[in-house]
Design a protein around this ligand. Sequence first.
Ligand code: UDP
Length: 465
Amino acid sequence: MAPAHVLVFPWPLQGHINSMLHFAAGLLDAGLHVTFVHTEHNLRRAHHAEAVATPRLRFVSLPDGLPVDHPRSVGDLKDVAKSLMTTGPAAYRALLASALSPAADGGFPALSCVVADGLLPFAIDVAEELGVPALAFRTASACSFLAYLSVPRLVELGEVPIPVGADLDEPVRSVPGMEDFLRRRDLPNSCRRRAKTDDVDPLLQILVGYTAHSCNARALIFNTAASLERSALAHIALHMRDVFAIGPLHAVSAAPAPAASLWREDDGCMAWLDGQADRSVVYVSLGSLAVISLEQFTEFLSGLVGSGYAFLWVLRPDMVGASQSAVLQEAVDAAGNGKARVVDWAPQRDVLRHRAVGCFLTHAGWNSTLEGITEGVPLVCWPFFADQHINSRFVGAVWGTGLDMKDVCERAVVEGMVRQAMESGQLRMSAQVLSQEVRRDVAEGGSSATEFQRLISFIKEFGKN
Ligand code: UDP
């Protein structure tokens, strides 16, 4: 029997690429072959990607349909989405067709199945049309998936869209398993009514459609663990037979993960951290997509400085509107009084593992949330969009490992929450207990490790046909 060969296709965004590359690393550990699909633009940006290709891992690329010199900035995501959805299917079909037979040089066996990002429904449909079984991989939390699954019912009950000016702290009682703690503000922000329209936000309609579509795939894979989302996973399993919770994936593979950063990591911050006392530094990162206004930057900076703690802040060059990063850097240096360090992009998992880091001020993107939890670091969450609000609620109200700053940014709140996260023994202890639980999940015999083995057997069954 030929060895199994999986084509892994993430949405071309950092958070999606990271978790699916970790997934690929797990497949490689299990002896499988992996073809990993980037867009051409990202393959050029994914520094070192070539260097980590191995005899059983290869990178291929598809055009995203935009001109080479298109900026593809965070403000242009709609362009990328539209273009990829239009031009992607034909190029992807050709790529799949060529992978259906074993490689002429004998290196790669014929494709067994596709694991596609749940936000790329065409990748699932085209594969199935060509007779290749397709599984959906969701890179966000299971609780957010369940919230999207529940939206049609919330619309029916008149809970969504949430009226303009409504009290966002009002409870939402119709998402199963979350009746006791979910508030309007914790739903994806596309659930909020847009001014001057009565309709459900078109983006919400699309995302709800993708969620339902994922349930039609052969299986659903989540980068999560039973100890984090047991209840949400159980409710999702009512909609779909084969649901695999196999995370946190960055903690699964023993081998170093293939490099995935679309930005150059500034390793210099590690030496700076070496010079700081244990648990004395606030690590601040809002992920790869969040954009803040200059007012928010100033408010945030004042809060951080006011806390009195040293901080390491990831300020992507495209993060604060049109402001020049040099100007922002100067502002931080001046205000930080020798206790601040700014980087464009950090080696985040190494930073979180460093003994000097005392808390993580995060936008609560799912990868960042998982990385912080795994390292047992208390979190302060400032959510922006998509699953970040609900993740933030889970951190504050369900896991008790951090604080939910909600989507407000006031210097006094930042200052107070940073102090609390740095100083609360209770938060630190809860964070460390949860860290041990998820580490047990991914260790041999743990729920995620066992589910990963079950998934490998599931995939190998396709290889037999
Ligand atoms: N990340 C990183 N360096 C940084 C900031 C972020 O390596 O300076 C990584 C982080 O470890 C995580 C990913 O980028 O794996 C961000 O994904 P997440 O889901 O947290 O947020 P998104 O970028 O999708 O909003």
